[in-house]
Write a protein that binds this ligand. Structure first.
Ligand code: HPA
Length: 241
């Protein structure tokens, strides 16, 4: 399995896989369930980040097990989705953003495979956290499909699961473009295991305080549902490239 998709909020099935079957992978960090299917003759994996019934909140996801499972299946490339709030007026609900940077505001997450347990200290370079090759394929393919995407974006990762206060958003909007709860440590662990990782963010709302209306989770789900078909089409074309 060379390529896998990680579906975030609102993406629980890639839809285009033939004969998807559920498999279980055991890892030193726990068991991971994912789907395996065929797309254009190639085996493709699909992992629902929050579980198939969306039962695992962002701060409880077993990121280490998930990334280990994909690596152990031979995955080299990961295409992931994530619902985000917008920190900038030019990033409107329904827009797609191909992330290129992140800033980590998470608090207590297990975020590395290099814990010093084997008396080794390792510092990984993070100049390009998201895979430039895969990002460029995503961007070129979006243009071919006529899908509006923003080719760059800095993702602010919060601990969650609550949404942010307007004061927090005021600060975050100084540093970043979009806000969400799951990219860290996912992208970090993927890179530590030397997998090429890219992420398409789907803007579901203006963040708290930018929008004056209180933010609801059902609003996030609704905008995801309206826009997910674009991402499916995009991934289906990117996979064979
Ligand atoms: N904040 C954090 N995570 C999110 C948001 C938001 O506004 N929208 C979708 N995921």
């Amino acid at each position: 399995m060379r390529i896998a998709i990680i579906g975030g909020t609102g993406v629980y099935d890639p839809k285009f896989l033939e004969n998807p079957e559920e498999i279980k992978v055991s890892t030193p960090y726990g068991e991971v369930k994912l789907l395996k299917g065929i797309y254009q003759g190639e085996e493709v994996g699909f992992l629902a980040r929050h579980g198939s019934g969306h039962t695992v909140p962002p701060h409880r996801i077993n990121y280490k097990a998930n990334m280990w499972a994909l690596k152990s299946l031979g995955v080299e490339r990961i295409l992931s989705t994530t619902a985000v709030g917008s920190l900038k007026l030019n990033l409107a609900p329904g827009d797609l953003v191909i992330l290129d940077q992140f800033i980590d505001f998470t608090k207590g997450r297990i975020h590395t495979f290099y814990d010093g347990d084997d008396d080794k200290v390792v510092h990984i370079d993070f100049t390009t956290p998201y895979c430039p090759e895969l990002r460029s394929i995503l961007y070129e393919t979006s243009k071919e499909l006529g899908i509006k995407v923003h080719p760059f974006g800095t993702y602010i990762c919060t601990e969650g699961p609550r949404f942010e206060t307007p004061a927090e958003i005021k600060m975050y909007s100084f540093f970043g473009d979009v806000v969400g709860m799951t990219k860290v440590p996912e992208v970090v662990l993927a890179r530590e295991l030397e997998m090429c990782y890219a992420s398409v963010s789907i803007v579901t709302n203006y963040a708290a305080g930018i929008s004056q209306a209180p933010l609801t989770y059902s609003e996030v789900l609704e905008v995801m549902a309206q826009n997910i078909e674009k991402v499916r089409k995009l991934f289906a074309m990117v996979i064979p490239r």
